[in-house]
Write a protein that binds this ligand. Structure first.
Ligand code: GLU
Length: 457
């Protein structure tokens, strides 16, 4: 069977680095196993779901290097869910309930004071036809619960019922169905909650592995029971740990915290984000991995830690720097064109500056400095002014190459007696207007003799 996975966000906001982790875990798993990746939008909540969010998520995934083999929208599959719900109703596994939220709340409180677990007591199962007819006559609409298989003959006599699976991330996992309330699958207004559509889709789309956050572990117990109720073999499940901010807070699509789009706009490279999103909270070192194929080699579901993982957004900058430092010109060329970095000098320029930038766009600043001189005129003491002038008078004739800097500064050293910082600092300042930056030996031939002379203080 072809490995088939899916990434199933609700399009209710921008995805963040934690969602990217789920998407990447699925993508890398598919990549490693020659499998398929389905993009599924869980958009049954029509009031909160928006096409623009779905479009944004697709854009984010493609930018990251994730390309789906198919795209599905739950809102277009409602009839399929109706059919699944009918099948359950016919089997007596989906029953109507009329309680209001307040009634349920009161019952929970009563159960608690009696020392019973605060789960739904299945009172609606005991409703007679007359009582149901009365509710309907009063205009009350039912919501529908799935009868969990946690009893032998009498649904009011629940007993410990373990659902066990070998989680592809966490190993052996167990959920006791007697500890849960029968889940509501259909709301009063006839709309579906996530549980049944998800299982129906996983069956219809031939999903072999459901890989998602560990906040879904309990759902998995319920969903395995649902697969069986619908006469289907459950897929394999894997639950990865969630990412939290340094202060331990969860990430939310709604707040836009650390959104993929925001990070992209701030100049983070896709592989910096992917490297952090995948490797943090695993036994692997968090390192800048330059390609998805390489990341797939490092990726091992079972090395994922079981507890939530804090991460530091500043690590993204460190990874970004590391990626840019390794980035070959062939990868940077097309993007540099957007900053006007073109022509014969583009390649040596890239090699000169790539180790001194945080974001690729920072290269534009260096290009301007190399071509037009310092952004602000450097201020020199009288002595340094004199020194720089003397040094410029000693510039060797062109052609210039990587050895010119050494040749020139040796000559300057000899003639002026200056050395170390006294020698190099004023020259760097004169050439770039800045106290630090790329190797001057690399910049000098790019600036050229004429350009260098034009920097005379
Ligand atoms: N829409 C669900 C979520 O975003 C999908 C969970 C799943 O992968 O089944 O949490």
């Amino acid at each position: 069977m072809t490995v088939t996975v899916r990434f199933a966000p609700s399009p209710t906001g921008q995805i963040h680095i934690g969602n990217a982790r789920t998407a990447l875990f699925n993508w890398l798993f598919a990549l490693k196993n020659g499998g398929r990746f389905i993009q599924r939008f869980d958009d049954t909540d029509l009031s909160r779901s928006k096409q623009e969010y779905a479009d944004g998520i697709l854009y984010d995934l493609h930018w990251l290097g994730i390309f789906q083999d198919g795209t599905e929208y739950q809102s277009r599959r409602i009839e399929t869910y109706e059919a699944a719900a009918d099948k359950l109703r016919k089997a007596g596994l989906l029953y109507p309930c009329y309680e209001t939220a307040e009634e349920l709340d009161l019952r929970r409180k009563i159960r608690r004071t009696r020392g019973l677990p605060p789960v739904y007591g299945r009172e609606a199962l005991a409703l007679t036809h007359e009582q149901i007819a009365e509710h309907e006559a009063d205009g009350r609409k039912p919501h529908w619960r799935f009868l969990l298989p946690n009893f032998k003959d009498d649904p009011f006599e629940t007993e410990r019922t373990e659902v066990t699976w070998t989680d592809v991330v966490r190993g052996e996992e167990t959920v006791d169905l007697a500890s849960l309330s029968d889940p509501v699958l259909v709301r009063e207004d006839g709309t579906f909650l996530y549980t049944l559509p998800s299982v129906t889709d996983d069956i219809d789309m031939g999903i072999t592995h459901v890989i998602r956050g560990d906040d879904h572990i309990t759902n998995t117990g319920v969903q395995i029971a649902l697969f069986k109720a619908l006469d289907a073999e459950p897929p394999a499940f894997g639950h990865h740990n969630l990412l939290t901010t340094a202060s331990g807070e969860g990430l939310s699509k709604r707040t836009g915290a650390l959104s993929v789009a925001g990070l992209r706009e701030s100049g983070i490279e896709p592989m910096a984000l992917a490297s952090l999103a995948v490797l943090v909270g695993t036994s692997e070192n968090v390192e800048a991995v330059a390609s998805m194929a390489e990341l797939a080699k490092r990726f091992d579901l079972t090395s994922t830690s079981k507890s939530a993982s804090k991460f530091d957004p500043d690590d993204l900058i460190t990874l970004n720097r590391a990626l840019l430092l390794q980035m070959p010109f062939s990868d940077a060329r097309d993007r540099l064109v957007a900053f006007g970095v073109t022509g014969d000098q583009a390649e040596p320029f890239w090699h000169a500056v790539r180790g001194n930038i945080e974001k690729l766009a920072d290269a534009a600043n260096w290009w301007r400095i190399v071509r037009d001189g310092p952004d602000t005129q450097p201020e020199f003491s009288e002595k340094d002014t004199e020194f720089v002038r003397t040094a410029l008078d000693l510039l060797p004739p062109e052609p210039w190459d990587a050895g010119t800097w050494k040749l020139w500064t040796n000559e300057v050293k000899e003639k002026t007696g200056r050395r170390g910082g006294m020698l190099f600092k004023p020259l760097r300042l004169a050439l770039t207007g800045l106290e630090s930056g790329p190797e001057l030996a690399d910049l000098l031939p790019l600036i050229g003799r004429e350009g260098t002379l034009a920097r005379r203080p």
